[in-house]
Design a protein. Structure first.
Length: 473
């Protein structure tokens, strides 16, 4: 209530808008992890900032692939690559594996008891189908025995208070996890779960990855189709792999890429697989961490290409583990001619390649380079992030100018820091007819140019006869 006789004070808006940078280098990994070893199935995106936190949420297993090479616990691979190899944080995971449905029954078998304990092979489940018997008598969980996991193995421990405490053998029936029941269709459907990230974890990822699954062209295509329209607002890039079983040599990459549709401007296409010690990784999982590292080193601005940056690997391999050592001309064929990022050992293993999947079919500088395309995505995401709060406010010149001034100030700052060559946003009256204004819609046009990668540097040298004469005279 305002006084009619006295002094009133009021707090007015400053009219200055702080621009809120969109997150960059945040991967969204889709697949399966052994959640029965962790917090269990949740059916929603889960954010982790450390390997230990991810393991607590989803468990961990070194069995990243089935015997035929198909993905098994591929989120465990992603955890290892992102947190341990690249040392980056955070990452968002979406687990498709549900122990209630992806399981197989194992018939009753006889197990020897050692120190009142039985170890059941990895991936056995603790559920209502775990039945433990001693001489035909069914034992009671919590009274006769306890069940728990140690190093991924299910342990059944007889309790001292049980009459079966000294049993030398037990008959046990149980269920075993069956992530092999997960299909490519399940992964495709799970890609839509990226829509939940903003509301569930408060972050919209800008890298989408399903390591092991995107060698399936349909999965890769669905991932790339989702990338430019998360929540209908935000833009990302799909990091995908060409099948290193089919493309076991560099000269097969281009045909497989083109024939299977790995040609989107929203795809970072990777080949071959890579290894670190005895671990073999789908390159996409490692590339996500490398991109995050480069972005982080540039104050979370994606203006620098990940190409020619050190990879935490000890080799490149095909799907059978056979080493692939590319010469520089061969690597150039993959990275430049084919538009696929690869790995090369040139005094140390580095990523090699600046192009997105759309190259060489497009030569548009804003579309073909990983860094220039991602900067445009980032500018768009930052605009949405910052000005969403101003939707449905009265459209006035003050509101319009506040948005323009704030964003121009941010673009000027990026220019001064050398992160873009220049940028400007403006209101063009010719593009804003009164009919649109009356309908509550107005348009702003932004122009910005970010650095292109210096991927070729030529130096010409010639012999100077004049210098020879000067030296000898």
């Amino acid at each position: 209530m305002n006084l009619q006789h006295g002094i009133n004070t009021f707090k007015d808006d400053t009219g200055v808008i702080a621009v809120s940078n969109a997150a960059v280098g945040i991967p969204f990994f889709i697949g399966a992890w052994p959640c029965h070893l962790g917090g269990g199935f949740t059916g929603k995106p889960q954010l982790a900032t450390t390997f230990a936190e991810a393991q607590e949420l989803g468990g961990y297993s070194d069995m990243w692939r089935n015997e035929d090479g198909s993905p098994r616990w591929n989120l465990s691979q992603a955890m290892y690559a992102h947190f341990k190899l690249n040392g980056m944080s955070p990452a968002i995971f979406y687990n498709v594996f549900n122990p209630e449905t992806h399981k197989n029954a194992v018939t009753e078998s006889t197990f020897s008891v050692t120190d009142h304990l039985v170890e059941i092979p990895e991936d056995a489940l603790i559920n209502g189908n775990l039945v433990v018997k001693n001489s035909g008598t069914t034992l009671v969980f919590g009274e006769d025995y306890e069940a728990f996991y140690v190093s991924g193995k299910l342990c059944v421990e007889l309790l001292e208070k049980s009459s079966s405490f000294s049993a030398s053998e037990l008959k046990i029936a149980y269920d075993v996890a069956a992530p092999e029941k997960i299909t490519a269709k399940d992964i495709e459907m799970a890609i839509e779960s990226v829509e939940l990230c903003r509301s569930v974890v408060g972050i919209v990822p800008d890298l989408l990855c399903a390591p092991g699954w995107t060698s399936n062209p349909t999965v890769a295509a669905v991932l790339a189709a989702k990338a430019p329209s998360i929540n209908g607002l935000f833009r990302a890039k799909a990091v995908v792999d060409i099948d290193a079983k089919i493309a076991d040599t560099y000269d097969k990459v281009l045909d497989i890429k083109n024939n299977n549709g790995y040609t989107s401007e929203d795809m970072i296409v990777c080949w071959p697989m890579v290894k670190n010690g005895d671990y073999i990784f789908d390159m996409s999982a490692v590339v996500c961490g490398l991109i995050a590292k480069v972005d982080s080193g540039n104050a979370d601005c994606p203006y620098e290409s990940p190409s020619n940056k050190s990879l935490p690997i000890t080799g490149a391999v095909d799907a059978n583990g056979n080493e692939i050592n590319l010469t520089l001309p061969q690597a150039d064929i993959v990275s430049v001619t084919d538009g696929v990022v690869t790995a090369i050992n040139n005094g140390g293993w580095t990523l090699w390649g600046n192009y997105l999947g759309c190259y060489p079919k497009t030569s548009d500088v804003a579309k073909m380079f990983i860094c220039t395309n991602r900067v445009q995505d980032w500018i768009c995401n930052t605009f949405v992030n910052t000005f969403w709060q101003y939707l449905d406010r009265p459209f006035t010149p003050v509101l319009r100018d506040a948005i323009i001034n704030a964003f121009n100030s941010w673009l000027n700052g990026l220019t001064a820091e050398g992160k873009i060559y220049g940028g400007q946003i403006a209101f063009n009256e010719e593009l804003n007819p009164v009919t649109s204004i009356m309908a509550g819609m107005f348009r702003l046009d932004c122009s910005a140019a970010s650095p292109v990668p210096a991927q070729r540097i030529d130096m010409h040298v010639r012999y100077s006869v004049d210098m020879l004469r000067a030296a000898l005279s």
